[in-house]
Design a binder for this molecule. Structure first.
Ligand SMILES: O=C(O)c1cc(=O)[nH]c(=O)n1[C@@H]1O[C@H](COP(=O)(O)O)[C@@H](O)[C@H]1O
Length: 236
């Protein structure tokens, strides 16, 4: 298991670059990492990633690539060359896609970027899977995709914290489990379905917690972050 103390990744899901930078300016790169996702990246492009890096933040570039192997691999390479801390693909892209991405990333000079794969989105439950032709329990699908991801040589998966305990039984302790769908006891679930509180998630064995709206939509985001930090202090 990692000894990394920075377990919180704040999802900078803001509609403007200015709002994202304003939040980053209130945070400490020694205490958390930042996630740049589809909304912010579409607004700000690589420049927003570089701005955050110049402030000392390690960035998780969450663009969830899912395409043919060559296209995905080249996109992952571009993320590696941008020097992001972590980047992700969808595990449902399959073995050839994930292996191509891993091989391409390993060719980046002095590569340190971690490559992980999304299993089953935390907004999905059994009925959602059924509608897209997967008549199975989300946990079974997560397990299958996590085992596939590990066998492709990636560094970890994104999953719900609810799946961490059963996953730890089948994957190595070094394999990172990155868990969104984190909701402090007093916050609303919104579109998330498979959720857990920050302390429950760490207790179960999550490596990193991805937290967005409970912080970014709070009246006082810094206070919300500090209260989560207090909640998890005993577990880091
Ligand atoms: O890859 C992700 O980060 C991700 C995967 C997943 O299964 N579920 C999920 O919510 N996410 C991301 O994690 C963040 C969660 O944000 P909140 O629901 O606002 O805390 C969002 O930026 C999502 O895009």
């Amino acid at each position: 298991m990692t000894l990394d103390k920075k377990r919180i990744i704040v999802a900078l899901d803001y509609p403007t670059v200015e709002q994202a930078l304003d939040m980053a300016n209130q945070l400490d790169p020694m205490r958390c990492r930042l996630k740049v996702g589809k909304e912010l990246f579409t607004r700000g492009g690589p420049a927003i990633v570089e701005q955050l890096q110049r402030k000392g933040f390690e960035v998780f570039l969450d663009l969830k690539f899912h395409d043919i192997p060559n296209t995905t691999a080249k996109a992952v390479r571009a993320a590696g060359e941008l020097g992001v801390w972590m980047v992700n693909v969808h595990a449902t892209g399959g073995r050839r896609m994930m292996e191509a991405a891993r091989n391409e990333l390993s060719q980046v000079k002095n590569n340190k970027t971690l490559l992980i794969a999304v299993t089953v989105l935390t907004s999905m439950e059994r009925e959602d899977l059924q509608e897209v032709g997967l008549d199975l329990d989300p946990l079974d699908h997560v397990k299958r995709l996590a085992a596939l991801t590990e066998s492709c040589g990636l560094d970890g998966v994104v999953c719900s914290a609810q799946e961490v305990t059963p996953l730890r039984a089948i994957i190595s302790p070094e394999f990172s489990l990155v868990t969104p769908g984190i909701r402090p006891a007093d916050s609303v679930a919104g579109d998330q379905r498979r959720i857990m509180t920050p302390s429950e998630a760490l207790q179960a064995g999550s490596t990193y917690l991805v937290i967005g709206r409970p912080i970014t939509q709070a009246e006082n985001p810094l206070l919300a972050l500090e209260s989560i930090e207090k909640e998890i202090a005993a577990f880091i």
